[in-house]
Design a protein around this ligand. Structure first.
Ligand code: AMP
Length: 400
């Protein structure tokens, strides 16, 4: 079955056409600068066709129209007609407490996603525009919403309620939601499959370390804690986001430096993390390059990043009463032997020990633990689009 996966962001639409039975990517692409006169359309299908052209895409409807037109185009298309698209899977960032799993998109579901705009004001509106545009272009095709938050809906109250007056949770829905759920779910399933073990018997810690970072404790296939929370400015230091900091620092900025909300947001979301620490870049590759040349601040930045990750591993091993598998994924997790080594050093007491020769791997599914280690440390490339396609398939295959 061919499933179109759509991820519509604030000014972009990413798409993939996936054959869900053999898990093969058929074609993929991206429209950037939706709503502008100088939009950019990139389209590729394996192994080597890649088209990049300028165009003018006024809105999400014209964007989705262009995507479908390209997929069926006689010259560069990959399908004969639109009827080959049997379902559409949409990434939706925030499902709030309303969606603990993926759902078939109905008018009622759209209303609930609209209600959750208050929780994700930057993300849910463009996700909705993508859904509505796709429904207009493909009115008879079933559509499924796959939420970044739903995998974490199994987190117990003691881990998702913050120790502030309870009314904030009861009346305002302020609680830990967690994000990157599709990625944490995908890599934990993949890790169990790779080791030929049942998810039901495993305690897994998944480290999604990219430009955005989050770490999750996955017990028996279910998320039981995660480092992102009510929003996306907590837990790990990230490319430009600070992660966990003492809220007193924010009060200091407000009271002593008289900074306004927007200025503080700018500092903690855009000028902190690896960029703020290193003063070099938000990109771990550039920070690593400088560290290798002997730049002490760059080295310290990587130490701080790795130290936070190590603390989460310790905490989540405690939460689950042990750990069987550690999974590294996303840009840094998949590609940085330096970071993986720093995170895993001196963790033998937990049964974690990596093999330096195996750890050189980049972007490949591999077990990098020493043969005498109790815990399997794996590098697992994430594939959120494939997970969305699989979730979509699961839902549409049972519709009459
Ligand atoms: P993502 O958000 O998952 O696309 O990850 C993006 C981040 O991955 C970039 O900002 C880089 O810091 C990091 N990254 C990608 N490739 C490498 C690499 N070879 N070594 C270290 N970091 C990398």
């Amino acid at each position: 079955m061919k499933i179109l996966v759509i991820n519509s962001g604030s000014s972009s639409i990413k798409f993939q056409l996936v054959n869900v039975e053999n898990e093969k990517l058929i074609a993929k692409g991206l429209i950037e600068r939706v709503g502008f006169k100088d939009s950019i359309f990139t389209y590729q299908f394996p192994p080597n066709l890649k088209i990049k052209k300028g165009c003018s895409i006024d809105d999400y409807k014209s964007g989705i129209h262009l995507i479908i037109e390209t997929l069926v185009n006689v010259k560069d298309g990959v399908i004969k007609n639109m009827n080959e698209i049997k379902a559409v899977g949409h990434r939706v960032v925030h499902g709030g407490e309303d969606f603990a799993s993926s759902v078939l998109i109905t008018d009622e579901v759209i209303k609930v996603v609209e209600k959750n705009i208050e929780l994700a004001p930057l993300h849910n509106p463009p996700n909705l525009l993508g859904i509505k545009a796709a429904k207009e272009e493909l009115p008879d095709v079933p559509m499924v919403g796959v939420f970044d938050t739903s995998f974490h809906q199994t987190i117990p109250e003691k881990a998702f309620i913050y120790p502030i007056p309870y009314e904030y949770y009861k009346n305002k829905r302020i609680r830990r939601f967690g994000f990157h759920g599709t990625s944490h779910q995908y890599v934990s399933i993949k890790a169990a499959e790779f080791l030929k073990r049942s998810l039901e018997e495993l305690k897994i810690i998944t480290l999604h370390l990219g430009n955005g970072c989050s770490i999750s404790a996955v017990n028996k296939g279910k998320s039981v804690d995660t480092s992102l929370g009510y929003g996306t400015m907590c837990g790990m230091p990230m490319g430009t986001r600070a992660g966990d900091i003492d809220p007193n620092i924010i009060l200091y900025m407000m009271e002593k430096e008289k900074l306004k909300t927007n200025e503080i947001k700018q500092i903690i979301y855009k000028k902190s993390g690896m960029l703020g620490l290193s003063g070099i870049s938000s990109d771990m590759r550039e920070v690593e390059d400088e560290a290798l040349k002997g730049n002490e601040r760059a080295n310290l930045s990587i130490d701080i990043f790795s130290y936070y990750a190590k603390k989460f591993i310790g905490a989540y091993a405690a939460v689950m009463g042990g750990v069987d598998i550690i999974v590294f994924t996303a840009g840094i997790g998949e590609n940085s032997p330096i970071v993986r080594k720093k995170i895993c050093e001196n963790m033998e007491f937990l049964g974690i020990k990596i093999d330096e020769n195996k750890n050189v791997v980049k972007g490949e599914l591999k077990n990098i633990s020493s043969i005498d280690a109790k815990v399997s440390v794996l590098v697992v490339p994430t594939n959120e689009e494939l997970m969305i396609a699989k979730e979509t398939y699961k839902i549409v295959s049972v519709i009459k």
